[in-house]
Design a protein around this ligand. Structure first.
Ligand SMILES: *Cc1c(COP(=O)(O)O)cnc(C)c1O
Length: 416
């Protein structure tokens, strides 16, 4: 069958060998998957999820018991006081934006302690000028960079003592940078350090791509708020859109009032028939995340064998589902992405090319043959066209499909 996809015997053999080498890593992934599956099932059972929660509301969406049950399930899974899980969030960026605008007021300062935030947040914050940015409302932004892939603990404490900071943003996943992603242990440590000097500052975690990679989530180690997208890990490839914000009750209330309107808040929001998809996606999510992780591990192992620099290494502890591969040349990055596209179920004959994308500074190549537009829990690979020409690959709804995708990408790379 692999031959029918144009995969050479050499690459198939390398794959078989690599799969043997990663056996133990896969076992650990399965163990985490089992734990998180039970976590999800328990939350479904404790909240008595039944047919009636697959209902649909229209218009204002008052008294949508399905929506309310979903939010209870999310709260339990995250061990959070409350949550906002809505299809009215257009994207992860939108949920992060709503949260920031909900919590910050003119004159306040937000501080990123993981360096430059994700590209699409630059105009939101005002790092890149935009007439609707937080900066345009006189909300200040400050930043502390990571040092050697860890927090600058001393500098953080010093900054918090200097002058009042309202909100700290911590982005766990690396985004389009070449740093490592932040583990839950690092997060726990930095939250302790922050709380030594500031009991009030809102600690908000951009949790995109990190859900269910480990057994512990950010609220459990002391974060006030965590935010993520439903077309990434927790939607399980089934939720058609949406995002979530979980955490402290008073903050979730503020976020609700910013998402809809002051006075209406969480009480409105028609679900238009997607409750079942959100629940079913969440039900599958631990397994989908495991498939994505296995796909990433196999890619890391094979590409490392072929002489490319990969991050994380195949046997490293992972914080998210993202695999980066450094190609060092634009042509290789492009070929690899085109191979991922060719291995997709949807739009497999399209050829992706680098292009200017809204929200991004450099040209970006994006390969995704996904059922849901922009879904990056489905196998997808993208990279900004700038040195050192790094591909950011993530997703894989099943390991078998993920594997074919990377074999096709490696084949394209080798032929080039
Ligand atoms: C994907 C992502 C976002 C934004 O999510 P979108 O749904 O693409 O808007 C924000 N932060 C990080 C770290 C991400 O990976």
């Amino acid at each position: 069958m692999y031959e029918q996809f144009g995969i050479s015997e050499k690459i198939e053999k390398l794959c078989t060998k690599s799969e043997q080498d990663v056996e133990n890593v896969f076992k650990q992934i399965d163990n985490t998957c089992e734990y998180n599956s039970l976590k999800v099932l328990k939350a479904f059972q404790n909240n008595n999820i039944s047919d009636i929660h697959f209902n649909s509301t229209t218009g204002y969406g008052y008294s949508d018991i399905g929506r309310e049950a979903i939010e209870k399930v999310y709260s339990q899974i995250f061990k959070a006081e409350d949550s906002l899980v809505r299809s009215q969030f257009i994207s992860g960026t939108h949920a992060l934006t709503v949260a920031l605008f909900a919590f910050l007021r003119p004159g306040d300062t937000m501080l990123s302690i993981t360096g430059l935030p994700y590209d699409t947040l630059h105009e939101v914050i005002g790092i890149k000028e935009n007439p609707s940015s937080l900066k345009s409302y006189n909300i200040n932004y400050d930043q502390i960079d990571l040092v050697n892939n860890d927090f600058d603990y001393e500098k953080i404490q010093k900054r918090l003592k200097e002058s009042k900071v309202k909100l700290i943003e911590i982005q766990r996943s690396k985004g389009y940078s070449t740093r490592k992603s932040i583990t839950i242990e690092q997060l726990e440590k930095v939250i302790k350090i922050i709380r030594e000097v500031d009991k009030e500052v809102i600690i908000m975690v951009d949790n995109c791509y990190c859900e269910f990679v480990g057994k512990v989530e950010p609220i459990e180690v002391g974060a006030d708020i965590a935010v993520g997208s439903l077309i990434k890990n927790l939607g399980g490839g089934i939720a058609p859109n949406g995002a979530y914000i979980v955490g402290r009750k008073d903050l979730i209330e503020l976020a609700g009032e910013r998402l809809t309107a002051p006075g209406e808040g969480k009480e409105v929001g028609p679900t238009l028939g997607i409750n079942k998809s959100i629940l079913q996606g969440l039900f599958f999510a631990p397994n989908i995340v495991a498939s994505s992780l296995k796909t990433a591990v196999l890619a890391s192992k094979m590409l490392e064998t072929l002489g490319y620099k990969t991050e994380p290494k195949y046997d490293a502890k992972r914080a998210d589902i993202v695999q980066t591969i450094e190609f060092g040349a634009p042509k290789k990055l492009i070929k690899y992405c085109q191979g991922i596209q060719m291995g997709s179920p949807i739009e497999s004959s399209s050829v992706p090319e680098p292009w200017d994308m809204p929200g991004y500074t450099d040209k970006v190549i994006m390969a995704a043959g996904a059922f849901t537009q922009g879904s990056s829990i489905e196998l997808s690979c993208d990279g900004p066209i700038r040195p050192p020409y790094v591909a950011f690959m993530q997703g894989g709804l099943t390991y078998q499909y993920g594997k074919l995708g990377i074999l096709k990408a490696i084949q394209m790379l080798e032929e080039q």
